[in-house]
Every structure is written in C-alpha cells, then in structure tokens.
Design a binder for this molecule. Sequence first.
Ligand code: HEC
Ligand code: HEC
Length: 339
Amino acid sequence: MKKEYVFLLVILTFILLAGCDKDEDPLPEPGLGWTYDPTPFELVYPDNFPIMILDEDNPLTEEGVSLGRMLYYDKLLHPEGKMACADCHQQSSSFSSGDAVLPHVNLGWNRTFLWNGKINGNLEDIMKFEVEEFFVTDVRKFNEHADYPKLFYETFGVENITSSEVSKAISQFVRTLNSFDSRYDRILRPDGGEVFSDSELSGFDIFFTEKGDCFHCHGGILFTDNMFHNNGLDAAPSEHGLSEITGNPLDIGKFKTPTLRNVALTGPYMHDGRYETLEEVIDFYSEGLEVSPTIDPLMKQANRGGIHLTEQEKDDLLAFLKMLTDNTFITNPDFASPF
Ligand code: HEC
Ligand code: HEC
C-alpha cells in the first residue's frame, strides 16, 4: 500500500510541475539532462609572457574550449561542407599550411589580424569575420544537428545557436593554442637544462642586436610586435597591404609582422609566399632589400641592400630561427582533431 501511495504522489508532482512550467515558460525546454554550469578553464602560460587579452563576455570554460576544438575541425562550418578551419590551419605546421596561411600560435595576444590588418579587435572579432564573412557558415545546420544543440547549451546556456556563439567557441579554443616550449624557451627557463650551441648563440646575437636588427619588429617573447611594416620586399609594392584598409598612401606595402615562433614549419614565407625556404628569407634580409617610399626606417641598411651577413652568420641566424620550433605544441593531443 505504502509503495503505491508514494508512486502516485510522484506522478502527481510530475504532472503539476509540468503544468507550472508550461504556464511560466513559453520557450521550448532544453533537452532532458542538459545543464548549464560550465567549468572555468585554467589557461597556463609562462611568467615571461605578457598578460593575454581576454574578453569578459567570453570567459574560457572547459566546455567552450572543447566545443571550439570540435568546430575548428568540423566541415559542417562550411556551407557546402567542403572544408574545416583545420584543413588550412594544420597543427603539424603550427596551424598554417601552404601559401601565406597565417599560423594560429599565440594569437590571444594580437589586436590586429590578417596580413593587411583588415580586422581590429580581439579574437572574437576576427572569428566573427571568419565565420560570417569568410566561411558564411549556415548556423541552421548546427541548430538541427543531433549533438551540437546540447553542447552549445552546456557552454553558453543558449537554446538557439547563432554565429556569435560559434565564433566565441572557436576563439576559446584558439586562445589555448599557445607555444612556449621551444628549445629557446627551455634555455630561458632556469630549470630548462639546455644551453645554446655556439652557432645558435651567434645567431641569437645577430637577431637581438643592431647587427641583424630583427628584434625591432620580431622581438619580445612573442617574436612579433603585432604591427605593420614595409620590410623592403619590393621597389614598387604591387600589393598595397595596410593601405587597402586605411586608405593612407603612407601605408602602401606594409604588412603584419608575422610571429617567428615555429617559423621553420610555416613556409613558404611572406604575405605572397614568395620565398620557399628560410635560407631565401635570410638571403633577402642580407642582400636583397629594395628601397621604396614607404620602407620602414628600421630597415637601416636598405640603401646598401641589407645587413650583409657572411655564410657562417647566415647559418647561425638560421640555427637560431630553428630553435623556435616547439614540438610539444605541434604534437599536443589537446589541439588535435577530436573526431
Ligand atoms: C582555404 C584555407 C583556409 C581556411 C579553410 C581557413 N583559413 Fe584562416 N587563413 C587563411 C589564410 C590564407 C589567411 C591569411 C589571409 C589574409 O591575411 O588575408 C588566414 C588567416 C586567418 C586568421 C588571421 C591570423 C592572423 O595572424 O592575423 C585567423 C584568425 C583565421 N585565419 C581563422 C580561421 C578560422 C577560424 C577558420 C575556419 C572558420 C579558417 N581560418 C579557415 C586560410 C584559411
Ligand atoms: C621593420 C620591421 C622588420 C624587421 C627589422 C625585420 N622584419 Fe622580418 N618581417 C617583417 C614583416 C612586416 C614581415 C612580413 C612582410 C610581408 O609579408 O610583406 C616579415 C617577414 C619575415 C619572415 C617570414 C615569416 C612568415 O611567416 O612568412 C621571416 C622569416 C622574417 N621576417 C625574419 C626576419 C629576420 C631574420 C630579420 C632580421 C634579419 C627580420 N625579419 C627583420 C618585419 C620586419
């Protein structure tokens, strides 16, 4: 008797609750067992890095980073299902590939994006551009999907997925794509247990002194100033770079300074992929500079064609650049395809 009584009560409560919900909440109920209680994601990077730029409207969560990783690798983002972000931004190449695909490494410290600086803002702004204007993602596919609605609900507490949540999730994942375990980083770390070879040390000197002058633009721990310069590629730059965006003729031939982290993996080089190898890039800075009206004043040796390194010095500079390759980064299973 007692058991039956309890059973009846449970049923009654159920009916009552369902009734109440209907009156108070006209929105469709999220699926059974969905909860919105995301876990903060703990972002780790070394003390010698600047503070990363975060978006208070898009705090990193375990759920968001994991969802962003799925989206990054999912062709569903593409209107015809033809490609995923990761098809061009490949982990083995520091999330770049082929011609002029900018790598996704330490992008959380950037404020301007794309070779010509078309997008200003934070990661959320560039990702919105990528999703809405570059891919032109059809978000209906996500709303109608078997698994995504639950994942978006658990991440953002939304029942209708828009391109805003898609971009936010991808931003969260890309904020975790941080490289700080190259041979160079390990030498800087007190417990790193590694030292420079003679050639690497000489390359380091060329890079970080007036001799090579590389550090003025590719300096700091991020190996980029995140600014725009004409580094002397052409006497008459045919592509206008930053000036396409600003309309200012003084910006002709200025392009975003790419980070040199993992640079040995990101060829071909420059905004138009004109150099296949780092050897060619070094030859260019050594004796191939072209003077043009907007060439950066930091290219101090441009009038004599470059910094004129000896063959040994070129090898040393190359040895230093190769120290910036981070194998932990390109093999980190957390960054690989979840599918
Ligand atoms: C067909 C190849 C391709 C695909 C697919 C692709 N990208 Fe890119 N991506 C590029 C190229 C090329 C650039 C540099 C373009 C430029 O600067 O004009 C770039 C640049 C970027 C940048 C700017 C990086 C910086 O340092 O300024 C971001 C961010 C980015 N892509 C995100 C994405 C996301 C997110 C997706 C998926 C929605 C995606 N990309 C898909 C080729 C691709
Ligand atoms: C005045 C600023 C400036 C200085 C100084 C400078 N660079 Fe650059 N570097 C740039 C810019 C800007 C680009 C991209 C140019 C483009 O694509 O049009 C670039 C591109 C590169 C690239 C190609 C990276 C890629 O992913 O495509 C390498 C490698 C490089 N620089 C190495 C060096 C080295 C080594 C030195 C010193 C010998 C140096 N740079 C000095 C601004 C500078």
